[in-house]
Design a protein around this ligand. Structure first.
Ligand SMILES: C[S@@+](CC[C@H](N)C(=O)[O-])C[C@H]1O[C@@H](n2cnc3c(N)ncnc32)[C@H](O)[C@@H]1O
Length: 494
């Protein structure tokens, strides 16, 4: 049976058990949870998400349509810890194979009752919501940056992308969605599907060609072992393990090829480096072994204190096991790279190294994303008691009328000290409407109002936004030009 599709790529219409769902408490307050109502839990109601707006047992989330408003539940916190009566490790009793035996006292999940504490919305996971809710293990790449990066890298379905370091996996999820064009071993593979594909020819002409579908893939590298392991767990939980290969590796020393033979090369079309020293990884991202002159120049530019006559690092013509040079790049297409660095000194070193290694069209971009709050501003006395309205006087007439009403209310309330003239006026015009009357009138008027298009349309930038995340350096490594390419071009363009 084919594995269930990843909720990031095909969430379906409803939340599924054992699949990721996101509880949205507020716009920027999201709680991710793999929905497992029957998982072992201390609560009588099964597994529960406890939030500031109340408790949400997973049993109330599974099978709900995405977007549903879920009411919080009354959770029996008193039952916590009573589910397991005895935990006995038979190792203590001298058993040969240690087996941990857990005796369950209760088996049935108690149906949760609705609480008055609040609600949350159940939404499907996307790279954007995952970025906002993922457990941070490092600084992460945010949506405004990765959306720009992926379009500048021209990443499209079927591409292979190298990513280092993978960190918390924020970029990884966006990258896998961008390259996704089916699961390896899926229906398309079974029917040996071919498709028209644009192949960039060596002479720069895009030609249509029938070829077997190439599945998109992300090759992620992370030096910090616990982070790499945690990312592997998450990628599996999210149903993405057929599409993402997470490798624990120091890419500065060991490069990007996965095996000692040609069986599992990344064959990358695009590269994203979010590393403290991206220039140190560039020597492994070439089509052929870099010359020692290029390596010397990379070493000198990355450390200006290195005298130019100092011995250059050994070119990666062989790896530690004396294997021949293998390139992790797709030999059939131009390669696009992006490096993400927080300071300009790192940018300078990266640009010098890129130049030495033959990269072209090098440029740098800084994203200064701003979020605009767009809303309608409704001002006027008719807004009293209306949600989202500003009940101040909008005109001089309204202000004068309001003053008259306040004065009238005061006189009407006191009843005493009223002059003859004032008494006459009050009896003639009647008492001004009380607050209760005004609110009742507003309620009646609301039925005929179209709030969504009333008022002035205004927009503001949200003040708390960071304006600088990092500098993005982009470059292109053209296809290698072979003798055959030259011959083909001369024939075609003679
Ligand atoms: C800022 S984090 C990356 C965040 C990631 N792009 C994301 O969106 O979640 C940088 C990562 O690079 C990793 N790193 C540093 N040096 C490395 C190396 N030589 N090889 C592989 N990873 C490395 C660090 O361990 C760290 O997790």
């Amino acid at each position: 049976m084919a594995p269930a599709p990843s909720p990031f790529l095909d969430p379906g219409t409803h939340a599924r058990a054992n699949s990721l769902g996101i509880l949205q408490l507020r716009r920027d307050h999201l709680i991710p949870a793999v929905l497992s109502p029957n998982a072992d839990s201390d609560y009588a109601e099964g597994k529960v998400e406890n939030t500031r707006f109340g408790s949400f047992p997973h049993s109330t989330l599974v099978d709900q349509p995405w977007g549903t408003q879920i009411l919080a539940s009354v959770v029996d916190t008193g039952s916590r810890g009573k589910s397991k009566k005895r935990k006995r490790d038979t190792k203590d009793e001298g058993a040969e194979t240690p087996v941990t035996e857990v005796e369950e006292v209760k088996k049935d999940i108690v149906k949760a009752a609705v609480a008055s504490s609040g609600f949350a919305h159940l939404i499907p996971p996307t790279p954007e919501t995952w970025t906002l809710s993922l457990p941070h293990r490092t600084q992460v790449v945010y949506t405004p940056d990765y959306s720009y990066i992926l379009q500048r890298l021209r990443v499209r379905p079927g591409d292979h992308i190298i990513e280092a370091g993978a960190g918390s996996g924020s970029f990884t999820h966006a990258a896998v969605r961008a390259v996704f064009n089916g699961y390896p071993g899926g229906a398309e593979d079974a029917s040996n599907g071919t498709h028209d594909d644009d192949e960039e020819s060596a002479v720069g002409i895009s030609k249509k060609r029938k070829r077997k579908a190439r599945h998109g893939g992300v090759y992620s590298f992370e030096y910090h072992e616990p982070r790499a392991k945690q990312l592997q767990v998450e990628i599996k939980e999210h149903g993405l393990n057929d599409l993402v290969t997470v490798t624990h590796r120091d890419v500065y020393n060991d490069g990007f090829c996965l095996a000692d033979d040609d069986s599992n090369l990344p064959d990358a079309d695009a590269i994203f480096l979010d590393l403290p020293a991206p220039w140190q990884a560039l020597k492994h991202l070439t089509r052929s072994p870099p010359s020692s002159a290029a390596l010397k120049s990379v070493a000198a530019s990355s450390d200006p204190s290195t005298p130019s006559n100092e011995e250059a690092p050994a070119p990666p013509t062989t790896d530690s096991s004396s294997q021949p040079f293998r390139s992790p790049l797709n030999s059939k297409s131009a390669i696009r790279i992006c490096t993400f660095s927080p300071c300009i000194e790192q940018v300078t070193k990266t640009v010098s190294a890129l130049r030495s290694l033959g990269w072209l069209s090098i440029d740098m971009v800084e994203i200064a994303a701003k979020r605009l709050e767009v809303r309608r501003e409704r001002v006027g006395l008719q807004e009293e008691g209306v949600r989202g309205g500003n009940a101040s006087a909008a005109t001089v007439q309204e202000a004068v009328q309001r003053l008259r009403d306040v004065e009238g209310e005061r006189l009407g309330r006191k009843g005493e000290g009223k002059g003859k003239k004032e008494k006459e006026k009050l009896t003639k015009e009647g008492l001004p409407p009380s607050k209760h009357d005004r609110l009742e009138k507003t309620k009646r008027d609301l039925e005929n109002r179209t709030l969504f298009k009333e008022g002035r349309l205004v927009h503001r930038t949200e003040p708390e936004l960071k304006t600088h995340t990092s500098y993005l350096v982009f470059a292109v490594l053209p296809r290698e030009w072979s003798k055959e390419d030259e011959e083909k071009a001369s024939k075609k363009w003679a």
